[in-house]
Design a protein around this ligand. Structure first.
Ligand SMILES: [Zn+2]
Ligand SMILES: [Zn+2]
Length: 127
């Protein structure tokens, strides 16, 4: 499948970012290269990319959706105050094969595991 130039740029910017940006942050980044791109186009392409499995959507509680350029399974730690997301290195194996046989009548299709915490900025604000 041929990616449009816009979609390729969105994917590139997201892959370069380590911060799990929101759609608006991605929009601001992509606009530096394509000044006339619309926010709707960014949303639409993010949607297509995540349905294709090229990127991931991260649902954080209440806050704006964030996007992840790393499609492989990995763990996130999420700030419960500001919604900031970081990848964490862990030996913990979240491979779906480990959950296929859990006691449920559901067919297991994915695993989503989030660790909650307070980021350094939010912790400093509390003190
Ligand atoms: Zn925070
Ligand atoms: Zn991530």
């Amino acid at each position: 499948m041929r990616l449009t130039k816009q979609r390729q740029l969105i994917l590139d910017r997201l892959r370069q970012s380590r911060s799990h940006p929101t759609a608006i942050e991605i929009y601001d980044e992509v606009r530096k290269d394509i000044p006339n791109i619309s926010l709707g186009t960014v949303y639409r392409n993010l949607d297509i990319l995540s349905k294709q499995g090229s990127i991931r959507k991260i649902e954080t509680c209440g806050d704006q959706k964030r996007f992840d350029g790393t499609p492989e399974d990995h763990l996130h730690v999420i700030c419960s105050s500001c919604g900031r997301v970081q990848d964490v290195e862990s030996e913990f194996d979240i491979n779906i094969d480990n959950f296929i046989n859990i006691d449920s009548e559901f067919t297991i299709t994915g695993v989503r595991l989030e660790i909650l915490g307070l980021c350094p900025d939010c912790e400093n604000h509390q003190n």
